[in-house]
Design a protein around this ligand. Sequence first.
Ligand code: SF4
Length: 235
Amino acid sequence: MATQPIVSIYGNSNSGKTELVVELVEEFVGEGLEVCTIKHSPSPLSLDQEGKDTWRHKEAGSRMTVLATEVETSFLVPREMKLEEVEDMLERLGGFDLVIAEGYKDGDAPKVAVGEIDPRDNTLHEYDGDFFALKKKINDLISVNHLLDDLPGLDCGRCGYDSCQELAKAIYEDERELSDCVVREQRMVDLKVNGEDVPLEYFPAQFVEGGLKGMLRALKGVDDEINRISLEIRD
Ligand code: SF4
């Protein structure tokens, strides 16, 4: 399961959020990472303008309008989107090494508080001006996300942690190992659909394995002893 690390920088107006985002982007891009930024504003601003062609498309009822010019492509969605929805869209676009959002105070994304503000849920760092301490936190987050790519993403709790993310963190901190993921260890079937891994729990995996083996054994020329099956179905 490919995931992209995301961190949301929040704070009150004029707390220095944008300056910090710019500094982080420059730092991580300088290290060769592909960075995406998202700006959330509480004001009802729009890049669209009344009477323009894109505005007319929207008024006619289009769910999303794409403005493509020689220098830029803008996706205009005529409603507020939660950070999780934007994340989903970015995953579909191919994913980034790091996504930095500015201004989202709520939601499940890991957050960094800037300035005097009550910490929100999932705040992983309260920024006190120590840029390198913050950078280390974000690098830790990126490393945990890479480990998460090797876990099934089922959040089943059978490893003793509530989520794969928590086990990935424990592995990163050298407290646990990848083999502590019960589902991964018991996995007998690797299923991919359109090139993407589709994790299967133990019992569905057993069902697929048993069904396929039973069907194949009934075919002429197939040994009773089946150790490995490869099957690819194309459109
Ligand atoms: S056992 Fe594996 S799939 Fe289940 S929560 Fe733990 S890491 Fe995730």
